[in-house]
Design a protein around this ligand. Structure first.
Ligand code: PNW
Length: 461
């Protein structure tokens, strides 16, 4: 048995748009995801999050599922447009009431809430009126929204995450257009990323000054990063893998931990990469109490050959390919999930070491890890040994990292239950529980029991 530290956090994660439904109920305003999914052609099979898991109406039952697994923590996100229907102005009391009930229900079961303020569902009005994250004024609006959340929920929330995966917002929302608001540009991702970072800095400043002293919680940001393994030992390929990691994670973590964007990004992007003001820099420095990491997969990286340049999908390759000149590939021996993502536990371990070294040993929390499979409901159950093995092997790699001195504090499985998987709609199932979207019923998969056992043992075999 590989036993974890006694205070290790065991959780699952979800996001508002993916599970809540009730898109136009309870005084909620529309978000960019409502508009995006309701636009024909954007989502697989025309699916939307209008209803999805209907968690808005089934919240108590969902907390009961968590309690049945012995979960210690639950990470969820707040829908900004439930709190402020147009993103600013009057607070919607029904929205506050919903999340208050959720927090009280979690408290009843001793499940610790980890609350994400922004998991991609921007109030539509802010997109239409202000151009969303392209607008420098967004920092003020986000900070005001954050303040409303700290005021109303901070008595019960001690773990805040400002943003989920700014990389996805920038690249998939503004470069390849796969995610809302569905823009395609080579310039906008860098501008959007800059405003997301500034907004994070502002919200953290407010929390630290006006709430943290009395409430005593922690605040941070969650970034996503997959591992990039040099395809060969050549200096070019090693440099390519390092460059890919700096364009992926360094882009967002360097300004917080090291004071500015990675030098390699500045070299390659020049004026396309905005500059931080002194004030921004001051607010960003040390603005994360923990290093939130969403990690799913691994690919080989190599220097892009001249004959490949321009032939690749310009927006593919895990970033804007011509900006990083990195070619990515799979190893044929790797298992893949139904997302086509490779399952490589040692990649997770190497990434934890990379973070530990580059950012001077921060406390790390894996705020998402999991896999999508072709699950089938048979006799009210789902046999998903591959998911159980995925979790077990990734946790085993995490344990090795802890043994080697990495300060890993917690792990959240993505996700509690099958839900609306963004552009893939309901075609991809990541849950520990099977959701029958026709009836709204949930069924525990075998992996839910496997994870419950890991939690009960506080360790993996
Ligand atoms: C994360 N990529 O998204 C999100 O935080 C979740 O909402 C989502 O359901 C989950 O992972 C599974 O997709 C990602 O292409 C989306 O690298 C895309 C990527 C990574 C994470």
């Amino acid at each position: 048995m590989k036993t974890f530290p006694a205070d290790f956090t065991w959780g699952t994660a979800t996001a508002s748009y993916q599970i809540e439904g009730a898109w136009n109920e309870g005084g909620k305003g529309p978000s960019i995801w409502d508009a995006f999914t309701q636009t024909p052609g954007k989502i697989a099979e025309g699916h939307t999050g209008d209803v999805t898991c209907d968690h808005y109406h089934q919240m108590e039952q969902d907390v009961a599922l968590m309690a049945a697994m012995g979960l210690k923590a639950y990470r969820f996100s707040i829908a900004w447009s439930r709190i402020l229907p147009t993103g600013r102005g009057e607070v919607n009391k029904e929205g506050i009431a919903f999340y208050s009930r959720l927090l009280d229900e979690l408290a009843k079961h001793n499940i610790v809430p980890w609350v994400t303020l922004y998991h991609w569902d921007l109030p539509l009005a802010l997109q239409l009126e202000l151009d969303g994250w392209l607008n420098p004024d967004m920092a003020e609006h986000f900070a005001n929204y954050a303040r409303v959340c700290f005021e109303n929920f901070g008595d019960r929330v001690n773990h805040w995450i400002t943003f989920n995966e700014p990389w996805v917002i920038a690249i998939m929302g503004h470069s390849n257009g796969v995610m809302a608001p569905g823009r395609t540009s080579n310039a906008e991702p860098y501008l959007v990323a800059h405003q997301l970072l500034r907004s994070h800095g502002r919200a953290v400043d407010i929390y630290r000054r006006d709430f943290q002293p009395a409430q005593g919680g922690q605040i941070g940001i969650t970034n996503n990063c997959d591992w990039r393994e040099p395809k060969t030992d050549s200096p070019e390929n090693k440099a390519a893998a390092q460059r890919a990691l700096e364009f992926f994670l360094g882009w967002f973590a360097d300004p917080i931990y090291l004071g500015d964007y990675p030098a390699v990004m500045r070299e390659r992007l020049g004026d396309r990469l905005p500059e931080f003001s002194d004030e921004d820099r001051r607010l960003l420095a040390g603005s994360s109490d923990f290093f939130g990491l969403n990690h799913y997969s691994t690919l080989y990286a190599e220097e892009m050959s001249a004959d490949q340049m321009g032939k690749q999908n310009p927006y593919g390759n895990g970033g804007i390919s011509e900006d990083q000149d990195v070619e990515l590939s799979y190893d044929d021996t790797w298992k893949t999930s139904s997302m086509g993502w490779s399952m490589v536990p040692w990649g997770c371990q190497k990434l934890l070491h990379w973070i530990d070294e580059r950012y001077d040993h921060p406390p790390i929390v894996i705020t998402e890890n999991g896999c999508a499979l072709e699950d089938e409901l048979v006799d009210g159950g789902v046999r998903d040994p591959v998911r159980a093995e995925f979790i077990q092997t990734y946790l085993s790699a995490c344990h090795d990292a802890i043994t080697a001195g990495i300060d890993l504090k917690g792990y959240f499985v993505w996700t509690l239950l099958d839900n609306f998987e963004w552009a893939c709609g309901f075609t991809k199932r990541f849950g520990l529980h099977y959701t029958d979207f026709a009836t709204g019923k949930r069924y525990p998969k075998d992996s839910a029991a496997a994870y419950a056992k890991i939690i009960a043992d506080n360790g993996v075999e």
